[in-house]
Ligand binder design. Structure first.
Ligand code: UDP
Length: 554
């Protein structure tokens, strides 16, 4: 039925779609192409079988948030400090899909979406036109795109629901995916700012939500690539340590007057605030003695990071790509710690996000990396912050190469976790698209990840999630295993039950209770400490620095 996907690192395959995407995306794809080619070579050399024995898929990429451009202006704002994370991820996804050899249909507006939908609608499964298969296998879109599909192409969406892959930066938890469960429990699931769920309620399988960082085991990790073009080309040994403040819009600085003041005392401070001309000069001394470069393009950012000692987080934006880029340039990232974790229950920005995840810092992924690359500190604790800044200055060392004394090197060494490199992303997306099956019910022996990779653990404390339980074993919670594990004989054995009951609860299966609603299976949910619940958790290992794939799962 399918032909094989052929790896191709010719950028020409993407040229036809370049007309329809924002300038920023074209530029990023072009700029990183050399790195993509190297990554493609690396991954095919290392995993020849995995990379060549794959079905060629018809993939629709519908970038919903650009389809509302007239209202939202995201493409236009991308050169002035608007959100770039999404555009960056879409660029990397397009590059990946093209290189791993799938057939692409790309749309960023409602009109072209319509013609693609018509092309694939109404023809029975698997018709051939001019030798190519006329059935979609996968549809990448985002929540805005899903809403457009729902409003304008209902039948098409119904036929293709299981093929949807939703780009969902912060991820979605089980409690928010079905409307009815959320509505019945919204008080418990919300804080004072909002009891709404505008981004959830789609009823998709949680694995159809593909995230920006590998932060929610219930979802699938898509990720992006860290721009390492030009790293190290502009290093200079300077006697004055410097910091670049992470915050490209003025409002991100407003609650950080004190830490910024301290930072200024100890190092030379740079900024890339895009909207600074709009503040009256005398309104604040916040920006005094700050060298603001305004919005920089990628080359300029790279150049500046090469000369920077500290990349300084102010607590917002949460989980953007910039700290990884800074680490790739060998700067020390000061990561703002949240003494009281932030979540939808206590933080306005998160109050309508469909997740109960708790942020312990501005970037929890970086927090785990730690020194010498990252120092996580409460930036409002003056004493601790001063120690952290001094430590960062100490960690950053320039030295002449032992082997080539005329070459200047620096520490910390530039570092990019494998999963954020081109090779890592190519492998991950290729494997996920080939193996993750969400349309057909498949027999246990054919499941992916393979069921014999499943390790079952019980939660130790009543308020532990399965994520916490698996992580404490250096594993991840694997949602694909829940239906396999939710079996009466297994529960009876594990808990010595004389009788079993059923429940529709995000905690099930637990004690002698079988899960009744497949949509509520949850790695992340935490029962209350006094509940007496002991959950059964399905865990799996993962390739180091490649969370999405288990070791024996290629
Ligand atoms: N960036 C840029 N010019 C600037 C400041 C930032 O091109 O003056 C880039 C940065 O290199 C990163 C992207 O903006 O690739 C997104 O950064 P951020 O982490 O702020 O995430 P966002 O909130 O935009 O998703």
């Amino acid at each position: 039925k399918h032909s094989l996907a052929k790896m191709s690192s010719s950028i020409r395959r993407l040229l036809p779609i370049f007309d329809g995407i924002p300038h920023y995306m074209k530029q990023r794809i072009n700029r990183l192409w050399k790195k993509w080619k190297e990554g493609a070579h690396e991954v095919i050399t290392k995993y020849p079988e995995t990379m060549t024995q794959r079905k060629k898929l018809n993939v629709l990429v519908f970038i919903g948030f650009l389809a509302n451009e007239q209202k939202l202006n995201f493409a236009k704002k991308s050169d002035h400090g608007g959100p770039l994370g999404e555009l960056l991820q879409w660029s990397d996804l397009l590059a990946t899909l093209s290189i791993i050899g799938h057939h692409l249909e790309v749309s960023t507006d409602k009109e072209s979406l319509k013609s693609i939908v018509w092309k694939y609608m109404g023809r029975g499964p698997c018709q051939y036109v001019n030798g190519s298969r006329q059935q979609l296998d996968i549809i990448f879109t985002d929540i805005m795109g899903l809403n457009i599909l729902r409003q304008r192409h209902r039948q098409f969406l119904m036929n293709n629901r299981c093929r949807i892959r939703l780009l969902d930066s912060f991820g979605t938890h089980a409690e928010f995916t079905t409307k009815s469960y959320f509505l019945q429990n919204k008080r418990k699931l919300s804080g004072p700012d909002s009891q709404r769920n505008p981004w959830g309620g789609h009823g998709l399988d949680l694995r159809q939500h593909w995230t920006f960082y590998p932060h929610s085991d219930d979802n699938t990790f898509l990720g992006f690539v860290v721009d390492t073009e030009g790293v190290g080309e502009n290093i200079q040994k300077t006697s004055t340590p410097s910091a670049l403040i992470y915050g490209k819009q003025k409002y991100m600085w407003m609650d950080a007057e004190k830490p910024i003041k301290l930072l200024k005392k100890l190092v030379k401070v740079h900024a890339t605030v895009a909207d600074l001309e709009f503040i009256p000069k005398n309104s604040s001394s916040l920006f005094d003695d700050v060298q603001n470069h305004g919005f920089l393009n990628s080359e300029e950012i790279s150049e500046l990071l090469d000369k920077t000692t500290i990349f300084f987080g102010l607590g917002f934006p949460l989980e953007g790509p910039a700290p990884l880029e800074a680490m790739a340039h060998g700067t020390v990232f000061i990561n703002a710690k949240f003494e009281e974790p932030k979540s939808r229950k206590n933080y306005k920005f998160l109050s309508e996000k469909p997740t109960l995840r708790e942020w312990t810092s501005q970037n929890p992924y970086m927090e785990k990396i730690g020194e010498p690359h990252v120092i996580t500190v409460d930036i409002n604790n003056e004493e601790e912050l001063e120690k952290a800044i001094r430590r960062a200055i100490e960690l950053k060392v320039f030295l002449f190469s032992v082997f080539q004394p005329n070459i200047l090197e620096f520490q910390p060494k530039p570092y990019v976790p494998l999963e954020f490199s081109p090779a890592g992303m190519l492998l991950r997306v290729a494997v996920l698209l080939e193996k993750q099956e969400l349309c057909d019910k498949i027999s246990i022996s054919k499941r992916w990840p393979p069921v014999n990779e499943m390790k079952i653990f019980k939660t130790k404390k009543s308020d532990d999630s399965c994520e916490m339980t698996c992580h404490s074993q250096n594993m991840l919670c694997e949602p694909s295993y829940f239906p396999v594990m939710n079996s009466s004989p297994l529960l009876t054995r594990e808990f010595s039950c004389s009788e079993l009951s059923t429940d529709s609860s995000p905690f099930a299966p637990f004690n002698c209770t079988v899960q009744q609603s497949a949509s509520l299976f949850s790695c992340a949910s935490r029962p209350s400490p006094s509940s007496g619940v002991v959950r059964l958790c399905p865990c799996r290992d993962y390739i180091p620095e490649q969370h999405a794939i288990c070791k024996m799962c290629l």
